[in-house]
Design a protein around this ligand. Structure first.
Ligand code: NDP
Length: 242
């Protein structure tokens, strides 16, 4: 491992989707604290402004880019803005995601299926499609996709969510092989339950659950690896079962 100093990511550009709250906000703050300029993406401006303010309070740099990852034109607009204004992208964290844990699949309305799959899977495709060419041009980059242990296991009453994350894992492993020759490392992080607004986490003790910062720490580990190594997947569990 290279030594992880305070400014290990100095002059790097990091785009983080879903950066308005929860895991994405923690990841953006962590990358900014390591010196990266964070581009904060989500659909709603207010929470992005809160994340940007938290970053600037600690001396970091952040830009806000309203973006809906399910809308190809919205994603392309942000990518064009990043290229025009910042000139490059070093780190893309595909974190934006939605859950639906309302019951068995046969009772799920098609609109809900579309919302989950379009955000958690199609959205990642749109973002990689828009940003990978910029990384290929400079011959380096990290793409980190926030999946879930639900992408490894069965999840009754969350089948569409599980399908989106199993799909995301397959997408990530395949694109990792496509891009490694360009010196771009595509990795997935599969956390267990994290204490955020994504779901009510009924019956779990929040004090034992993973915290957003734990996932941010895993992202920091991946983007500060020595150049010749490639950790492609992290399964992240809380020490104590919640
Ligand atoms: P939150 O619900 O707390 O935050 C989700 C973020 O994604 C928000 O900033 C939201 O902002 C944004 N978002 C949602 N839809 C879109 C969209 N279409 N375009 C752009 N941004 C969008 O979720 P978490 O922080 O818990 O989850 C983050 C990721 O981690 C997800 O991929 C989730 O599946 C994964 N994960 C979460 C776990 C958990 O237990 N919490 C466990 C394992 C994985 P806005 O609504 O303003 O767009």
């Amino acid at each position: 491992m290279t030594e992880v100093g305070d400014m290990a990511l100095k002059s790097q550009i990091a785009v983080v989707t879903g950066a308005g709250r929860g895991i994405g906000a923690a990841i953006a703050q962590k990358l900014a604290s390591l010196g990266a300029r964070a581009v904060l993406c989500a659909r709603t401006r207010g929470p992005l402004e809160s994340t940007a303010a938290a970053i600037s309070r600690t001396g970091g740099r952040a830009e806000i880019a309203e973006c809906d990852v399910t809308d190809v034109q919205s994603v392309e607009r942000v990518a064009a803005w990043v290229e025009r204004t910042l000139g490059r992208i070093d780190i893309l964290v595909n974190n934006a995601g939605v859950g639906d844990f309302g019951g068995p699949l046969h009772q799920m309305p098609p609109d809900s299926w579309d919302r989950v799959l379009n955000t958690n899977l199609r959205g990642v495709y749109y973002c990689m499609r828009a940003f990978a060419p910029m990384m290929i041009r400079v011959g380096s980059g990290h793409i980190i996709n926030i999946s879930s242990l639900a992408g490894k296991n069965a999840l009754p009453n969350g089948a569409a969510y599980a399908a989106s994350k199993w799909g995301l894992n397959g997408l990530s492993y395949s694109v990792a092989e496509e891009l490694r020759k360009h010196n771009i490392r595509v990795a997935v992080i599969c956390p267990g339950s994290v204490d955020t607004e994504l779901s009510p986490h009924t019956g779990r003790d929040p004090s034992k659950m993973l915290q957003p910062d734990d996932v941010a720490h895993a992202v920091a580990m991946l983007v500060t690896q020595a150049p010749q190594s490639f950790a492609s997947e992290i399964l992240l569990r809380p020490t104590q079962k919640p």
